[in-house]
Design a protein around this ligand. Sequence first.
Ligand SMILES: Nc1ncnc2c1ncn2[C@@H]1O[C@H](COP(=O)(O)OP(=O)(O)O)[C@@H](O)[C@H]1O
Ligand SMILES: [Mg+2]
Length: 444
Amino acid sequence: MLLATGATVLARYFLPLDMHWGSLWLGLFCAISLAVQVVEAKQVARLVEWLRTPDATLPTRLSAQWIELATYVIRQRRKHKDRLAHSDKRLEDFLAAMQASPNGVVLLDADDRIEWFNQTAAEHFDFDPRRDAQQHFTNLVRDPIIAAYFAARDFQHSVLIAGRSPGRSSAQRISVQLHVYGQSRSLLLSRDVTAIEQAEAMRRDFVANVSHEIRTPLTVLGGFVETLQTLQLSDEEQVRYLDLMSQQASRMQSLVDDLLTLSKLEGSPFPAEHGWIRVGSLMRQCADEGRALSNLVWGNAQAIHVDVDADDEIAGSETELHSALFNLVGNAVRYTPADKSIRVTWSRDASGQGALTVTDQGIGIAPEHIPRLTERFYRVDRSRSRETGGTGLGLAIVKHVLQRHDAELKIESTPGSGSSFRMVLPAHRVRAEATRSAALVKHD
Ligand SMILES: Nc1ncnc2c1ncn2[C@@H]1O[C@H](COP(=O)(O)OP(=O)(O)O)[C@@H](O)[C@H]1O
Ligand SMILES: [Mg+2]
């Protein structure tokens, strides 16, 4: 308004009198809109400058509509920032989940170049996170199986390759499979299958061993049956043959019994730590059974001494500990000549550990066999073991029972003069006589 009045006064004063009032108002209008445009342009320039400069404060002296626009921009900017932060967080979470995967994960682009990999994959393929990103996978993992797998581009199945984990002494087997996703990107998963392969090999060996062990007595039995069917035998001969057949049948029976014991051990819950067993009576019972076995094997009972001066107790499963101790006594009986003796001892050391030891004066064992004795079906002398009714599973059962009782088997032996098998139980599974009496008094 002020501007318009001023312009009118100036126009009256300076302009020639004959000039038309219409032209004057037109000039005035142009001057005002020019001024307004200049002001607007300045505001827009300030606004653009503000938009260009990150984190700048909103310029002052803006008209209402520009402030409204700027507020809208601020709101949109904040929303966008929040959305970015949210998706960054999600990406981080996602990568952290992939990092935590027990499998190796490698992300490859359309040209099989490595975009990202987790720590497990770095171990499987010996990748270096700083050096190996953006490298071609097949250039880094130089293996003919991988080269053929990538060349065929048939990723329906996985392939097995040798692992490259640095500092590993034993052979490692890695299973690798590629999964294509999106626009020809791919996700490569790797898995350490060494243990599975070993277990599978052990299972195959075990089945082969069991079949072999059962087939032998079955063949012998079959032979005898055929003989009895085809030959006219005297009564004496018949008795002898039936006796031999019964031996083969009981051999199969022992094998099946031991296999069942092993499978029970594998499938049952761990023994309690508070089922207390009197060690003296366990030893005496096993010694009695040992004498009976000795009679059966040798025709006369070997001397079996039991040394237990304290009425201590051990915690665990009575059936399992009985089976372990009887296996050791049984071995001592079978691998010791008839005229020699066997000793079953209990001792407790200062730390509270207890040891059940079976010592014999038998044939002994050469040192190279000792580490392998607890393997299933491992025998030093196969025929001697069989002759005396061994299954080759006894010490495997002992080892299993001891593992379930946090205990250990220690073997010492001198070929020709005898062996000692010691089952060492931890202090928490041993209760000394005195402690036990005190506990009983407390209970009363
Ligand atoms: N007290 C021992 N003296 C000598 N050798 C033994 C003794 N105990 C075990 N062995 C050896 O360890 C092998 C494995 O023992 P075990 O697992 O009990 O199977 P087996 O049924 O043959 O006795 C036996 O075949 C035998 O060669
Ligand atoms: Mg045995």
